[in-house]
Design a protein around this ligand. Sequence first.
Ligand code: FE
Ligand code: FE
Ligand code: ZN
Length: 288
Amino acid sequence: MLKLGSHVSLSSSSAGLLGAAKEAYSYGADTFMVYTGAPQNTRRSALDKLKIPEALDFMSQHNLSDIVVHAPYIINLASCKEDTYNLAREFLAVELQRAHAFGANYVVLHPGAFTTSTAQSGIERIIAGLNEVIQEHLPIVCLETMAGKGTEIGRNFEELSAIINGIKLQDKIGVCLDTCHMHDSGYDIVNNFDGVMEDFDNKVGQQFIKVLHINGSINICGAKKDRHANIGATSDNPRGEDKIGLQALHKIIRHPVFDNKPLILETPWLDDKHNLYKEEIALLRGEL
Ligand code: FE
Ligand code: FE
Ligand code: ZN
């Protein structure tokens, strides 16, 4: 079964998680992803203000399941700066608790950027940090595949494998594949998705795949840019043409490895008030 959804906002206003669930329902979604607060900072509202029980009720009544939480970008476990690393570790521990309170099974994390050190030392710090915060009763940490801009770690399957191999609780670590990022980092998901998945299985193991981010890309394969495009967007789309394309994405999401797993759109908004999530979900289901 296809389990489709998008990123929705968890506003600090009174709507809380219930508002996020209602927004997802308005798009015809089966699942959704939230940031627990602004992705750029660590300010978070109190859990008892977020209407969590009401949201979980609404979800079960409207066939919504498998909330995904995306950790904020400021978490950088690969940093060689002590204060950045400590903040990352402490905040990720709190995020895992919050995601657990939401009933979420997955927390998506950008592995980190090694900045002025090396990929090897970055990977070592990520492993050490994760082993401190991952716990048996908390959600699975899903390392996201990255586009490879700057010094991002997670730009290839070898780096993801190196991190995963160092994690003590193997059932609490996973991967979130991102179609835009894989394409931008140089994997030919348009013409050879099955081959890319075979490569992933050999280097990492398909059992670690938990979540998929479905995005188009405005750049060519290997561009290392990370600019998302709307699904199948043509050149008249204000946010740019999608170089991955609907046909490829349609096929990718039907790969058996994604059966019943949360598939999440993070496609651009056309302007402040309009996104295409509802249309894109219908398009991917084959309804448009
Ligand atoms: Fe991400
Ligand atoms: Fe993503
Ligand atoms: Zn991205």
